[in-house]
Design a protein around this ligand. Structure first.
Ligand SMILES: Nc1ncnc2c1ncn2[C@@H]1O[C@H](COP(=O)(O)OP(=O)(O)OP(=O)(O)O)[C@@H](O)[C@H]1O
Ligand SMILES: O=C(O)c1ccc[n+]([C@@H]2O[C@H](COP(=O)([O-])O)[C@@H](O)[C@H]2O)c1
Length: 194
């Protein structure tokens, strides 16, 4: 059975931090592929600065097209919003469960709020989680510290966020180096986040 890491995110826009994380996971763990699942509406995020789903998908598509082990996924586009990950996982297991075994990939900031996710216990019962280090406020719940299903990877910290990219771009700063080249071109041509 193929091992797939599901990298859920808003990707508004996808940046090189996301790519480094996916690449690290697929090269240094037992995962065969990473699927970037573009989330229409995260339960914890306001919709204000959010670009249309299809534009965010297109940027992910452009970013990964030269990397055969990385794939974009629209699976959440037709699911009810806000998008609770537990529901998407049920859907994916029903559709692909015979071919693929799914794990989750997330930054450490998301692990720190994981106890607030819908049915997080069910997610952990059925799936492993790979966590990439990230500086963030708040502390990690004790229950997640040495959990057998949670694998914390030892990798360099990158202080890049989509929020920083949107804000800097709006202020007229060049953020070209923080984006895959094709994403930068698309964003620039389409005049996003101005
Ligand atoms: N620099 C980073 N280091 C570690 N994890 C990251 C980093 N950037 C994003 N992630 C993780 O990638 C996933 C998707 O992130 P998301 O699309 O929300 O990006 P973001 O940069 O955090 O966006 P925003 O600034 O808009 O909140 C989350 O699990 C998040 O923790
Ligand atoms: O299922 C939940 O309760 C849940 C709560 C918060 C976030 N998530 C998912 O985690 C992913 C990253 O979220 P965010 O807010 O950091 O972009 C995104 O796909 C969200 O749908 C999921």
């Amino acid at each position: 059975m193929k091992q797939v890491g599901l990298y859920f995110g808003t990707f508004n826009p996808i940046h090189i931090g996301h790519l480094v994380i996916a690449n690290h996971m697929v090269e240094f763990s037992n995962l065969d592929e990473v699927w970037f699942v573009i989330t229409p509406q995260s339960p914890f995020k306001a919709k204000q600065t959010l670009l249309d789903d299809h534009h965010r998908y297109q940027m992910v598509y452009e970013a990964v097209q030269d990397y055969p082990k990385l794939k974009p996924s629209k699976i959440e586009f037709n699911l009810p919003q806000p998008n609770y990950t537990v529901n998407t996982l049920v859907h994916l297991d029903e559709q692909f469960g015979k071919e693929y075994q799914f794990s989750l990939i997330m930054g450490e900031d998301n692990l720190k709020s994981f106890h607030k996710w819908k049915n997080y216990g069910t997610i952990l019962e059925n799936h492993s989680i790979y966590v990439y280090p990230r500086i963030s406020e708040s502390t990690l719940e004790h229950q997640f510290k040495d959990h057998p299903k949670i694998h914390r990877v030892n990798a360099p910290i990158m202080e890049i966020s989509s929020t920083f990219i949107r804000k800097s771009h709006k202020e007229g700063k060049s953020i070209r180096a923080l984006l895959p080249e094709a994403v930068w071109k698309y964003m620039d041509e389409m005049n996003f986040y101005r």
